[in-house]
Design a protein around this ligand. Structure first.
Ligand code: 5GP
Length: 200
């Protein structure tokens, strides 16, 4: 019988790229486990502690950081975010695939990790709209935001997008169905790598 180690699928992209929807769909379909991050931001309506995030205070976050509990962490739009090692490592060892929806700073830290298990498991993907026009129309949203707010979102998104060449894979977003097919195909292909095989 042969078994394999898990894949750590790191997904980044600007807001409006559809990356969160892709990650959620993957975990809801049972294909991968979603790593639940810690954040110091307040829950949005409908968000559940322990499901969408572990909502923590700044003190709690700093305690975990000092105790070395984070695999990566970052400051995003004024709030702290971090991935607990415990959300990732045991699952990979057990052969489960883990998907992480994290920003470009966090992805750079995971890429730089000297943990052999992380390096063997890592697959990084950047999701982005096909054009600036497409990005703008996605960020305009419901049309209730001011020109300034939209311009700021656009600037932030373009700043994030500038990091795509650091990733191994890039998905130019089209329709949700097409995107998901390509996203799942990447995971399915990565599962076939001989280097993940444990012969036992
Ligand atoms: P939101 O607050 O809208 O859920 O997420 C804001 C940003 O933080 C998104 O780009 C998301 O990918 C990123 N993010 C969420 N969790 C983490 C994490 O654990 N680490 C890092 N580095 N970024 C995260």
């Amino acid at each position: 019988m042969s078994l394999r180690t898990g894949i750590l699928l790191v997904v980044s992209g600007p807001s409006g790229s559809g990356k969160t929807t892709l990650c959620k769909r993957l975990s809801h379909s049972g294909e991968a486990r979603h790593s639940i991050s810690c954040t110091t931001r307040a829950p949005r309506p409908g968000e559940i502690h322990g499901e969408h995030y572990h909502f923590v205070t700044l003190e709690e976050f700093e305690e975990k950081l000092a105790a070395g509990e984070f695999l990566e962490h970052a400051l995003v739009h004024g709030n702290r975010y971090g991935t607990l090692r415990s959300e990732v490592l045991g699952y990979l060892e057990a052969g489960a695939d883990v998907v992480m929806d994290i920003d470009v700073q966090g992805a750079a830290q995971v890429r730089a990790s000297d943990d052999v298990a992380i390096q063997r498991a890592l697959v990084d993907l950047f999701v982005m709209p096909e054009s600036e026009n497409e990005l703008r129309s996605r960020l305009v949203g419901r049309g209730t935001d001011s020109e300034e707010v939209i311009a700021l979102r656009m600037e932030n998104a373009l700043g994030e997008i500038s990091h795509w060449p650091q990733y191994t894979y890039r998905l130019l977003s089209r329709t949700p169905e097409e995107d998901y097919t390509r996203f799942l195909s990447l995971l399915v292909a990565e599962r076939l790598r001989i280097s993940r095989t444990l012969v036992g």
